[in-house]
Design a protein around this ligand. Structure first.
Ligand SMILES: [Zn+2]
Length: 182
Protein backbone atom coordinates (compact mmCIF):
# COMPACT_ATOMS: atom_id res chain seq x y z
CA UNK A 1 0.00 0.00 0.00
CA UNK A 2 3.01 2.28 -0.30
CA UNK A 3 2.99 5.16 -2.70
CA UNK A 4 5.93 7.12 -4.00
CA UNK A 5 6.36 10.68 -5.09
CA UNK A 6 9.29 12.28 -6.84
CA UNK A 7 11.33 12.69 -3.66
CA UNK A 8 11.11 8.95 -2.89
CA UNK A 9 8.95 9.55 0.16
CA UNK A 10 6.84 6.51 0.98
CA UNK A 11 3.55 6.41 2.90
CA UNK A 12 0.71 4.10 3.86
CA UNK A 13 -1.90 6.52 2.52
CA UNK A 14 -2.12 8.70 -0.57
CA UNK A 15 0.58 11.33 -0.01
CA UNK A 16 -0.89 14.58 1.32
CA UNK A 17 1.45 17.35 0.15
CA UNK A 18 0.53 19.67 2.99
CA UNK A 19 1.33 17.07 5.66
CA UNK A 20 4.53 16.19 3.81
CA UNK A 21 5.71 19.81 3.51
CA UNK A 22 5.14 20.29 7.23
CA UNK A 23 6.99 17.06 8.03
CA UNK A 24 9.92 18.01 5.78
CA UNK A 25 10.33 21.27 7.67
CA UNK A 26 10.15 19.62 11.10
CA UNK A 27 12.44 16.70 10.26
CA UNK A 28 15.05 18.92 8.61
CA UNK A 29 15.10 21.05 11.78
CA UNK A 30 15.42 17.92 13.91
CA UNK A 31 18.35 16.70 11.79
CA UNK A 32 20.11 20.04 12.33
CA UNK A 33 19.34 20.15 16.04
CA UNK A 34 20.44 16.55 16.53
CA UNK A 35 24.08 17.53 16.00
CA UNK A 36 23.95 19.57 19.24
CA UNK A 37 22.47 16.64 21.16
CA UNK A 38 25.22 14.32 19.89
CA UNK A 39 27.85 16.77 21.13
CA UNK A 40 26.27 16.52 24.59
CA UNK A 41 26.60 12.72 24.62
CA UNK A 42 23.25 11.62 23.21
CA UNK A 43 22.78 8.87 20.62
CA UNK A 44 22.16 9.99 17.01
CA UNK A 45 18.36 10.08 16.96
CA UNK A 46 15.86 12.83 17.83
CA UNK A 47 12.06 12.62 18.10
CA UNK A 48 9.36 15.26 18.50
CA UNK A 49 5.66 14.82 19.22
CA UNK A 50 3.21 17.50 18.03
CA UNK A 51 -0.54 17.88 18.49
CA UNK A 52 -2.89 18.48 15.56
CA UNK A 53 -2.66 22.27 15.99
CA UNK A 54 1.11 22.16 15.58
CA UNK A 55 1.99 22.61 19.25
CA UNK A 56 5.11 20.80 20.43
CA UNK A 57 4.25 18.30 23.18
CA UNK A 58 7.61 16.57 23.66
CA UNK A 59 11.05 16.52 22.10
CA UNK A 60 13.76 14.10 23.21
CA UNK A 61 16.96 12.56 21.91
CA UNK A 62 18.23 9.03 22.33
CA UNK A 63 19.86 8.63 25.78
CA UNK A 64 20.93 4.98 25.83
CA UNK A 65 24.59 5.71 26.59
CA UNK A 66 24.38 8.83 28.73
CA UNK A 67 21.50 7.47 30.87
CA UNK A 68 22.63 3.82 30.67
CA UNK A 69 19.31 2.36 29.56
CA UNK A 70 18.91 0.18 26.46
CA UNK A 71 15.32 1.28 25.80
CA UNK A 72 15.99 5.03 25.99
CA UNK A 73 15.48 5.51 22.26
CA UNK A 74 14.36 8.98 21.12
CA UNK A 75 10.79 7.82 20.40
CA UNK A 76 10.40 5.97 23.72
CA UNK A 77 11.71 9.00 25.61
CA UNK A 78 9.31 11.31 23.75
CA UNK A 79 6.31 9.05 24.39
CA UNK A 80 7.18 8.79 28.09
CA UNK A 81 7.48 12.58 28.34
CA UNK A 82 4.22 13.22 26.45
CA UNK A 83 2.29 10.77 28.64
CA UNK A 84 3.73 12.29 31.78
CA UNK A 85 2.90 15.83 30.62
CA UNK A 86 -0.65 14.94 29.58
CA UNK A 87 -1.21 12.62 32.55
CA UNK A 88 -2.39 9.61 30.56
CA UNK A 89 -1.18 6.29 29.15
CA UNK A 90 -3.58 6.69 26.20
CA UNK A 91 -2.60 9.53 23.85
CA UNK A 92 -5.20 8.67 21.21
CA UNK A 93 -7.64 11.44 22.06
CA UNK A 94 -4.96 14.08 21.47
CA UNK A 95 -4.44 13.14 17.81
CA UNK A 96 -0.65 13.30 18.07
CA UNK A 97 2.06 12.89 15.45
CA UNK A 98 5.61 11.74 16.09
CA UNK A 99 8.45 12.99 13.88
CA UNK A 100 11.73 11.08 14.03
CA UNK A 101 15.08 11.57 12.34
CA UNK A 102 15.18 7.86 11.41
CA UNK A 103 12.75 4.97 10.99
CA UNK A 104 11.61 3.59 14.36
CA UNK A 105 13.23 0.29 15.38
CA UNK A 106 11.20 -2.79 16.31
CA UNK A 107 10.92 -1.70 19.96
CA UNK A 108 9.80 1.82 19.12
CA UNK A 109 7.15 0.56 16.69
CA UNK A 110 5.70 -1.33 19.64
CA UNK A 111 5.95 1.74 21.84
CA UNK A 112 4.21 3.89 19.26
CA UNK A 113 1.45 1.30 18.77
CA UNK A 114 0.78 1.09 22.51
CA UNK A 115 0.79 4.86 23.03
CA UNK A 116 -2.16 5.85 20.82
CA UNK A 117 -0.08 8.15 18.61
CA UNK A 118 -1.89 8.63 15.27
CA UNK A 119 0.83 9.48 12.77
CA UNK A 120 4.50 8.68 12.25
CA UNK A 121 6.91 10.66 10.06
CA UNK A 122 10.53 9.55 9.80
CA UNK A 123 13.75 10.38 7.97
CA UNK A 124 16.38 7.73 7.27
CA UNK A 125 15.05 4.18 6.64
CA UNK A 126 16.31 1.36 8.90
CA UNK A 127 18.28 -0.42 6.21
CA UNK A 128 20.35 2.72 5.69
CA UNK A 129 20.76 3.27 9.46
CA UNK A 130 22.04 -0.30 9.80
CA UNK A 131 24.35 0.06 6.83
CA UNK A 132 25.83 3.39 7.98
CA UNK A 133 26.08 2.76 11.73
CA UNK A 134 25.89 -0.98 12.42
CA UNK A 135 22.91 -0.61 14.79
CA UNK A 136 20.56 -3.61 14.58
CA UNK A 137 17.13 -2.08 13.95
CA UNK A 138 15.33 -5.43 14.18
CA UNK A 139 12.74 -7.18 12.01
CA UNK A 140 9.51 -5.40 11.18
CA UNK A 141 7.42 -7.40 8.73
CA UNK A 142 4.87 -5.38 6.82
CA UNK A 143 4.66 -2.66 9.45
CA UNK A 144 3.25 0.02 7.10
CA UNK A 145 0.17 -2.14 6.52
CA UNK A 146 -0.05 -3.28 10.14
CA UNK A 147 -0.08 0.36 11.25
CA UNK A 148 -2.65 1.25 8.58
CA UNK A 149 -4.94 -1.50 9.94
CA UNK A 150 -4.68 0.19 13.33
CA UNK A 151 -5.42 3.66 11.96
CA UNK A 152 -1.84 4.93 12.21
CA UNK A 153 -0.56 6.94 9.26
CA UNK A 154 3.10 6.56 8.24
CA UNK A 155 5.30 8.69 5.98
CA UNK A 156 8.96 7.74 5.54
CA UNK A 157 12.25 8.67 3.88
CA UNK A 158 11.68 12.37 4.52
CA UNK A 159 14.80 14.55 4.10
CA UNK A 160 16.76 11.32 4.03
CA UNK A 161 20.10 12.63 2.78
CA UNK A 162 20.36 15.27 5.53
CA UNK A 163 19.71 12.51 8.05
CA UNK A 164 22.29 10.20 6.55
CA UNK A 165 24.92 12.92 6.81
CA UNK A 166 24.34 13.26 10.55
CA UNK A 167 24.64 9.49 11.03
CA UNK A 168 27.82 9.33 8.95
CA UNK A 169 29.32 12.12 11.08
CA UNK A 170 28.37 10.22 14.25
CA UNK A 171 30.34 7.20 13.02
CA UNK A 172 33.25 9.28 11.68
CA UNK A 173 33.59 10.98 15.06
CA UNK A 174 33.80 7.57 16.75
CA UNK A 175 30.76 7.92 18.98
CA UNK A 176 29.49 4.75 20.66
CA UNK A 177 27.62 2.17 18.62
CA UNK A 178 25.65 0.78 21.58
CA UNK A 179 24.36 -2.75 21.16
CA UNK A 180 24.57 -6.11 22.88
CA UNK A 181 27.44 -8.39 21.97
CA UNK A 182 26.36 -11.36 19.86
ZN1 LIG B 1 13.96 2.50 18.74
Amino acid sequence: MQTKNKTSVIANEKIDNKKLANAEKIILNLQQELKKYIKKGHGPFLAAIYDSKGNLVAKTANSVVNKTCSHNHAEMNAIKLAEKKLGTYDLSKYNLSIYVTAEPCMMCLGGIMWSGIKSVYYGVPSERVTKITGFDEGFKPNWFNEFKKRGITVYGQIEQSAGETVLKDYVANKHTIYKPTR
